[in-house]
Ligand binder design. Structure first.
Ligand code: HEM
Ligand code: HEM
Ligand code: SF4
Length: 452
């Protein structure tokens, strides 16, 4: 999605109409309804994709968005459908996640389905149904799952525990029960699941230059730090997309920007021009892997300022750890609600306040070792917290401990998995046996209507 900030209320009608005229909508951006269904931003052009799933994304959107049968759901409802191998639309943390795969015997393209993912204060990875869903079954399956969600009265008892995942977390549902409920509504049994390969890819961001399936063309992915672009960067991106591509720009779930349809021979020139405009195709792992939620600048639940902090943190880490060669994700979230998705980061830091010399300062609590895909794990809250301006020191110490201690090419995730919470805490602190601190509770339930 794209957010516009600093909009004056009296300009809203004109802005909305301008967006509608070019086919952009704000529908599904808030409320207890189906959020913008996400797909792969390289759908239809990625040379490596299993299938272009965008017709299904569009059909599912037509089925649910604006359909009164599926408004006033128990809570917000997120669906992602992707045909790419990177799972860039994060099926694991959506209410419903579909990922394409080929049937090992018949070679038919179908989908794995996961249900009940979500982060917030109770992280839960979506659970895979025992199903190989054929292309023509996708819409009925999504409809059936949406009905199960809509009709689950137990989810309407407590708004804070109303996402689909709470059927599993609080109401004793199992995947088997969910599937039986779904198949009852469908009126037929789904084919059983086949083996799948969750991706190894840490970033899932399509950043860099990638060949398209259209011979001679490439898609160019720009790493946008913490999802912020200035007007002049946006204008440069638009101008260069006109000049080198077909005027098309696509956005990714990890806050990056893609220019598709660039002639292979012209990508080097485009890269140079992007660089001159301050937009990076090649970026350090810190630049590429850092995302931040909105923070105090615009979010009224925030405890800490996140966006400026992220920029400073990345500058510090690039300066202190030049040439660091591992893919790591550093996710910054301004309060325990986890819009910055700190639960799925290698290093996820959660904003809090700390009293220092009688003054309240921004601080961060560390969760370490999270990931999705082949190394799926919720980041472990490891009981370490420091003032915001000491975060680079702590991360530098942890990363240096990893570099000194890694066993033949072991990646950062395995290093974290191999060490106990106490060990990781002492790496961060730079001293042995540091006492644990408790996490803070959520600052409260997001007020109705602006709670995302
Ligand atoms: C004068 C009163 C209201 C105004 C001015 C208003 C205005 C809006 C606007 C501008 C949007 C965004 C439209 C879009 O995304 O295209 C919206 C969305 C929405 N409103 Fe209201 N609204 C009002 C009352 C209500 C009430 C009383 C309810 C519920 C009982 C409600 C429920 C919703 C929902 C669920 C959405 C999201 C719809 C979607 O994204 O598909 N609104 N409203
Ligand atoms: C201005 C509109 C939005 C606001 C204020 C907002 C706010 C939030 C909040 C408070 C959370 C924390 C989790 C929770 O409350 O359960 C969250 C998480 C998340 N949001 Fe949004 N959101 C918005 C729009 C969207 C849209 C349109 C999408 C999808 C296209 C989306 C995708 C996600 C995802 C994937 C997560 C993390 C997983 C989860 O816990 O659900 N958000 N957002
Ligand atoms: S609710 Fe918390 S996590 Fe979400 S944007 Fe606000 S500060 Fe960030």
């Amino acid at each position: 999605n794209v957010q516009l900030h600093w909009v004056r209320i009296e300009d809203l009608p004109e802005i909305l109409e301008t967006l509608w005229r070019v086919g952009l909508t704000t529908m599904g951006a808030c409320g207890d309804d189906t959020r913008n269904i996400t797909g792969c931003p390289l759908a239809g052009v990625d040379a490596d994709e299993i299938v272009d799933a965008s017709p299904l994304v569009q059909a599912a959107t037509r089925m649910l968005n604006g359909n009164p049968e599926f408004y006033n759901l128990p809570r917000k409802y997120k669906i992602s459908i992707t045909g790419c191998r990177a799972w860039c639309s994060y099926p694991e943390i959506n209410d419903v996640g579909l990922t394409a795969l080929r049937h090992p015997q018949t070679d038919e393209v179908g989908f794995s389905v996961r249900v009940g993912g979500g982060l917030s204060t109770d992280p839960h990875f979506a659970l895979r149904l025992d199903a190989f869903v054929r292309w023509h079954e996708v819409l009925p399956v999504i409809r059936g799952i949406s009905e199960v969600f809509r009709d689950s009265g137990v989810l309407r008892e407590n708004r804070e525990k109303a996402r689909l995942k709470f059927l599993f977390l609080r109401h004793g549902w199992t995947v088997e029960r969910f599937q039986a409920e779904l198949e009852g509504r469908l009126g037929f049994r789904l084919a059983r699941a086949v083996a799948e390969e969750p991706p190894e890819d840490v970033y899932r961001d399509h950043v860099g230059v990638h060949p398209q399936k259209q011979p001679g063309y490439c898609a160019v992915g720009i790493a946008v730090l913490r999802g912020r672009m200035t007007p002049s960067e946006m204008q440069a991106a638009a101008r260069l997309a006109d000049l080198y591509g077909t005027g098309e720009l696509r956005v990714t779930a990890m806050q990056n920007l893609l220019i598709p349809n660039v002639r292979g021979a012209r990508t080097a020139d485009l890269a140079r021009e992007l660089e001159a405009a301050g937009l990076r195709i090649e970026a350090s792992p810190f630049w590429r892997g850092t995302i931040a939620c909105t923070g105090t600048e615009f979010c009224k639940l925030a405890l800490t300022e996140t966006k400026g902090f992220a920029r400073w943190l990345v500058d510090e880490l690039e300066r202190r750890l030049p040439g660091f060669d591992q893919h790591v994700k550093i996710h910054i979230t301004g309060c325990p609600n986890s819009c910055g998705q700190h639960w799925i980061a290698d290093i996820g830091i959660e904003g809090k306040k700390l009293k220092l010399d009688g003054r309240l300062v921004d601080a961060y609590y560390f969760c370490v070792g999270g990931g999705v895909g082949r190394h799926q794990a919720t980041a472990r809250p490891i009981g370490y917290r420091v003032a915001a301006d000491l975060v680079p020191d702590a991360i530098e110490r942890l990363v240096s401990a990893y570099l000194a201690d890694r066993r033949d090419g072991e990646h950062f995730r395995r290093f974290c998995a191999r060490h106990t919470d106490d060990e990781l805490r002492s790496f961060l602190a730079g001293e042995p046996a540091v006492a644990t601190v408790e996490r803070d509770p959520s600052p409260g339930r997001p007020p109705h209507g602006v709670d995302g």
